[in-house]
Design a protein around this ligand. Structure first.
Ligand code: SIN
Ligand code: MN
Length: 266
């Protein structure tokens, strides 16, 4: 799958691109079941909210077959290779729960700010991908993006170690207000299976979820291989140091996995 010139232009000017229902209900259903199984495990890669509800499961592609297949899926890898013009490796892999009633805020931030400061990533040549595992609605803590906010480069930020269980380089209110006056705020919503890609310097965040509807989203960061991180300081399962180029799996790999999983359960 390749992006059209119009889609490339949207990414270049706005800093994001939304592809609704890129993955089928059958493909997403198996990922959702597996994500809930992962959250029930006790392992260091799973971080929890202060309430104990899961917040994020890191590196699931390294210990779960369905998420390994998603991380090498051609419907996602090919368009990003097209944009960067080179092979990719997985810099980070998270399944963010934003659980019903308890999912907490992600403050306004740019991801490249963290990759550069904490991981020594040279350039913002890494793509953020969000794959919706649940329906993302205006009410259950959708990701909010500030269109065009990537054009000012990496902005001053404060290392917030208190607000949530996840340390983050966050932006101040004056900066966010100025960027929102210029670009507004969008929050792409839709059925499970939607895919959103956004620039590493695009400002984003999300509010808490007090609804009964969980909002699981897989976030993958695909880094151009030549842009590998130079000074890792975080755990390997948060910022990977395996720079092996991703080789794509077959387009029907997730469907085949879902069917074999169902057969084994019968
Ligand atoms: C992130 O910015 O990495 C996560 C945001 C979210 O899950 O809403
Ligand atoms: Mn982020």
């Amino acid at each position: 799958m390749n992006l059209t010139e119009q889609q490339l232009e949207q990414f270049r000017t706005e800093g994001y691109l939304f592809l609704p229902e890129l993955f089928t209900p059958e493909e997403v259903a198996i990922l959702s079941v597996e994500a809930n199984g992962i959250y029930a495990e006790q392992r260091p890669e799973i971080w929890r909210e202060k309430s104990g509800a899961p917040r994020t499961a890191f590196a699931a592609h390294t210990y779960n077959e369905a998420f390994r297949l998603l991380g090498a899926h051609p419907r996602m890898i090919n368009p990003v290779e097209q944009i960067f013009g080179e092979k990719l490796y997985m810099h980070q892999y998270k399944i963010n729960a934003k659980s019903a009633f308890t999912g907490e805020v992600w403050q306004w931030h740019q991801d490249f700010g963290t990759w550069a400061r904490d991981d020594g990533m040279p350039e913002p040549r890494a793509m953020n991908i969000a794959v919706f595992l649940d329906e993302v609605m205006p009410i259950n803590g959708p990701l909010m993006l500030v269109p065009r906010s990537f054009t000012g480069g990496t902005l001053d930020a404060r290392h917030d170690l208190e607000t949530t269980s996840y340390p983050l380089w966050t932006l101040d209110e004056t900066t966010v207000t100025r960027l929102v006056q210029e670009g507004g705020i969008v929050s792409p919503v839709g059925k499970p299976g939607g895919l959103l890609m956004f620039h590493g310097n695009l400002v984003h965040g999300s509010a808490g979820n007090i609804t009964p509807y969980p909002r699981k989203i897989v976030y993958l960061t695909l880094n151009a291989v030549s842009n590998y991180i130079r000074h890792p300081t975080r755990a390997e399962f948060i910022a990977h140091t395996d720079f092996t180029p991703i080789e794509t799996v077959a387009d029907d790999a997730l469907v085949r996995y879902a069917r074999s999983f169902r057969q084994a359960a019968e």
